[in-house]
Design a protein around this ligand. Sequence first.
Ligand SMILES: *Cc1c(COP(=O)(O)O)cnc(C)c1O
Length: 433
Amino acid sequence: MRYYSTSGQAPIATLEKAVVKGLAEDKGLYMPDHLNPLPQEFYDNIENMTFHEIACAVAGAFFGEDIPQEDINRIVCDTLAFDVPAVKVTDDIYSLELFHGPTLAFKDVGARFMARLLQYFLKKNNNGDEVNVLVATSGDTGSAVANGFLGVDGIHVYVLYPKGKVSPIQECQFTTLGQNITAIEVDGVFDDCQALVKNAFMDEELNAAMKLTSANSINVARFLPQSFYYFYAYAQLKKLGKADNMVVCVPSGNFGNICSALFGKKMGLPIKRFIAANNANDIFFKYLQTGEYEPKASVQTIANAMDVGAPSNFARIYDLYGKSHEAICADISGATYSDEQIAEAMKACFKETGYVCDPHGACGYQALKEGLKDGETGVFLETAHPAKFKSVVDGILESDIEIPAKLQAFMQGTKQSVEMANDFEAFKQFLMK
Ligand SMILES: *Cc1c(COP(=O)(O)O)cnc(C)c1O
């Protein structure tokens, strides 16, 4: 498979280059130059397959031209040590719980997969180079990537996060690990962290001195595997006789997650339509309305993993739909919610159904509740365990939700982080020393 850049100015890359480099030379995002549709027999039989079997088939379609299927299967096996059940919330709304991984959020799948794929290429070439992974996080990416890469030989991870803007529970999941993980606390917002990382990739001197790659959802190895669980969600609904007219609603920030689902649809996955649910950071919502994509500074919300003012994967969606606003609008509608509306949605969902949504999932639930039409079945992604946002959730629901043992273990660790001004030169000097 060949990968081209959404900006169209960089050379075509191999899978290995796309994974190792992350971002193309022209700052564009890599796109596979074709998608292999899965055969009809796969869809006919999908409800009888395990999550693992489905994921191996889908991974084979993406990576099978470059990696032997048995190696893919091994990587998948090591990635998916947990389930993503579709849980019934109302008669026609299901929650796809993506929070059963090590850091209790959906990014675990992609992060682990990427760590294994990168390790595969490093071992294959065996040239002894250390690779440095730079990742900007508004909360959940950092913990997923740090845990996905923890202890992986030959790879060092730098996690950049906005000081004081991630919850203490999120913070401890990437600041307490040590080993090959360094946490950097930046005096700024998420977009500043993302800009520092992007500038690092563009800096010639830095790239000559050390091998850098990104693990944000701009990396194809991270975002493509996220499509696995959409296929599995379809399989689960098909088993229940609910898969016709399936509507998938994705709480979105950087748009990697929904983008992988759109790839799934292009590979034949019968999803009728999509809803992208935003918090107050409504850049995509506005784009759907106006046809103008106008990134702006992010604002802080209680669904902070979606506090993104310049969603990177917009470039991929735009490209996937032939740069056509009309084609995008035909498949995807939008929703946007203020913090007050998110809180109301969480309360109403809990009161009416007994289901506890985290603030991100609540945007998805609410958008389905408002937007689902007769005869449709909705699946929203519950992207994080509510306990990751315990103080917010308890404050709204007047509850005292239990913290899973996995989370408690992180909270017992000691925070180790490096403070950094929002200044590229300072960041560069730190990396080079
Ligand atoms: C990352 C994240 C999102 C947004 O996903 P994108 O792929 O960036 O759109 C939503 N919810 C949670 C809990 C997340 O961690």
